[in-house]
Write a protein that binds this ligand. Sequence first.
Ligand SMILES: Nc1ncnc2c1ncn2[C@@H]1O[C@H](COP(=O)(O)OP(=O)(O)OP(=O)(O)O)[C@@H](O)[C@H]1O
Ligand SMILES: [Mg+2]
Length: 321
Amino acid sequence: MTELIEELPTGIMLADEAGAITYANRAALEYMGIDHDGLKGVNVNEVVRQGSGKKDLIFRTKGDERITVRLGRVTLSGGNQAIILTDVSEIYRLEQELLKMDKLATVGELTSGIAHEIRNPLAGIKTTAQALKEEIPENDTRSAYISRIIIEVDRLNKLLLSFFDFARPKKLNVRPCDLKKTIEDTVFMVREAARSNHVRIMEFYPPGEVRIKADPDMVQQVLMNVFINAVQSMPSGGSMEVHLREQGANVEISVSDTGKGIPENIRSRIFDPFFTTKPKGIGLGLSISYRLVKMHSGNITFSSSPEGTLFTISLPKEAGK
Ligand SMILES: Nc1ncnc2c1ncn2[C@@H]1O[C@H](COP(=O)(O)OP(=O)(O)OP(=O)(O)O)[C@@H](O)[C@H]1O
Ligand SMILES: [Mg+2]
């Protein structure tokens, strides 16, 4: 019986009335990241405040992994108490992910409604401005003003298009493709922007083709957003490295820059729609990318320091399955 409790995958601790721990099984010690000796310093009544029935705590275990543990307390006869520790990290992570997806969907519906209403009057302004421009002789200085109107209308139109993209992402068209070629094509598209920022691009690919099943247009869109962000993070030059690796059933694309990094206090928000720190940014690049990667059952993560940022996109080779 005691052996069974010791080996249970759920953490169990027993404590006396004062909160001093008298017993903890292996899982409990593992969750709390301490050994038997460490138990002496722990008081259960401090960990689970009096009266609170359930509580989620984030522990850093010995392996330095962060886990979320749900604590439940049961009072036993004689004033003793049992504390049950359940690892709910996975549930917690899924909950957070669902919240994020939900938020994206709501914002999407909202923007597509507004964007639609703006498009028509905008088209009217543009046609009128064009007509006016034709009426005025080209050497007239006022012609430049009208050109300005047209340029700004085009800019707004572009903005609206990205709203639409965000609101109604097209259905995935999963097909066999060469991921290496998709990456190379996308790198080609940002070369000019990189050059004007004095950014050197270095590419590291395995030899031969890297065949996967995915929607290459969507993958390109994701890469484009990440590349552009990298280039924009280095306004006074630097280098961007693109690596492609095959890892079992997955492929991993990593994009590093030597830019200014992402300050710690905004790291949890960069995938939020409309979160931007750029004067001319919309803040949709990463939230669209996040959604597209998730649609492929993949993952997009990053790490950052003041020396630069590394984005990693991992995709299953057979996203269509
Ligand atoms: N490589 C990077 N280096 C530094 N900061 C970054 C990097 N990538 C993203 N960020 C930060 O994350 C924010 C959100 O990025 P996101 O691509 O979603 O929007 P944006 O680039 O600001 O605007 P948009 O992509 O819509 O033009 C950026 O404003 C920036 O602060
Ligand atoms: Mg961006």
